[in-house]
Ligand binder design. Sequence first.
Ligand code: ADP
Ligand code: MG
Length: 438
Amino acid sequence: MRPLIKTEDLEVTYNLGKSNEFLALRDVNIEIYKGEYIVLFGTSGSGKSTLMNCILGSLPNSAGRILVKDRDIYNVSPEETVRYQRSTVGIMFQTFNLIPSVSVLDNVSLPQLFSGVSPAKREAKAQELLDRFGVGHVSHKLPTNLSGGQQQRVSVARSLVNDPEILLADEPVGNLDSRSASQVMNTVGEINIRDGVTVILVTHDAKHLPYAHRVYYLEDGRIVREVPNPEKKQIKKTKDASIVTEIERLARLFPYVSVEDLRVKSLVNYVTQNANFDQVTVLENALYRYIHGSLSNEDLKEIISARISEGGVGMDKRQATEMIKKISSIIENSNDVTRFRRGVLKTPLHYQHKFVQRIRGHLLELYNGELPEGLLKELDGLIISRLNGVIRRDAFEEALSRSPSKKGIGINKKTAFAMTEYFEKMITQGAAFEKVSH
Ligand code: ADP
Ligand code: MG
């Protein structure tokens, strides 16, 4: 299956060659498949509208390519661009963009002007769409006499009148009260599911994430991660569709935070059992600085063992030492996960194998005993499968404790749990600078 939309190292620069030149998008590589509902998510200024306008064909890229149905949309005749904008894509804006001086019905039927359809048919189709979206009874009015929610439903009708394959919606409910907003959001969702239109929604509101098959997160003009919605059956085939890591789960719980902050949360969760909210907050801040190298082991120990009233975490020295040992071992050992992952694409697997053996060694530090050579090989196989996302966490844990006569490793349940937990933490820390899923 080929993607409907694909960008290759896409870059968009505003004011190219001028003193105020601004690189608004860089290294953007996305693939969108027919029938998907995609959310472009990010804070204000992250480049969402820029990417949307580029897909719309109205903002040429400065490097890379953008292909729609395998055609470079900025490398075609002007007629073809017009045809693309008129019939392949439909667009909705936050500000509705209706023509104030003509009726609602005309607003919706006008885009068909060049389609060769008779006026009567055009109006009939416009009326039908307005009826469908619950604004048929105001079709003779001027847009300004309608509520915001009604105006946006008119603009939904207008965007669909030429039967587009792709609906682009840039913060379509940003100006609406919450009731109208959810009506419009449901309408857009229905257009995706019932009409099979591919939807690309730009939003900074985490409430809208559940509508999507996949979410692309933007930060400073880059795609920083891509998260499939586990609640939805995926259309895009991913190489290791079964990978469900802790970081993906955290990403759904905390959609606004960066991958680095998720790493911190994962560590805090590992080393705190009964800490209260204040202690957790202090610890998160301290670990953030520790990970970034601005806090030494000693400084960290001091913060962890200082009294809560003095801005510390309030643990005793022995607990603090234990905690730091755990954290630094995870961070240190996760380097082997990172190295394994980096090398996988470039190096033959047998060279990579030394990292697998090292990871195995880290896990076996939690195991009091010796495993025979044959079981060590089995364990390596499990480690590789988990790293590649071929098996999930629970399958890994189950195989560790299953008996060797049933192709398991035969480790007791408690140790199997501890080893799995430790491994998952290593995987999360090792995921720091890569895309969260793929
Ligand atoms: P978003 O939609 O995520 O809020 P935009 O795509 O609108 O972000 O903008 C991304 C960045 O590009 C911002 O820093 C913005 O100031 C800049 N930008 C947007 N439009 C222009 C323009 N026409 N000229 C120069 N810079 C622009
Ligand atoms: Mg915007």
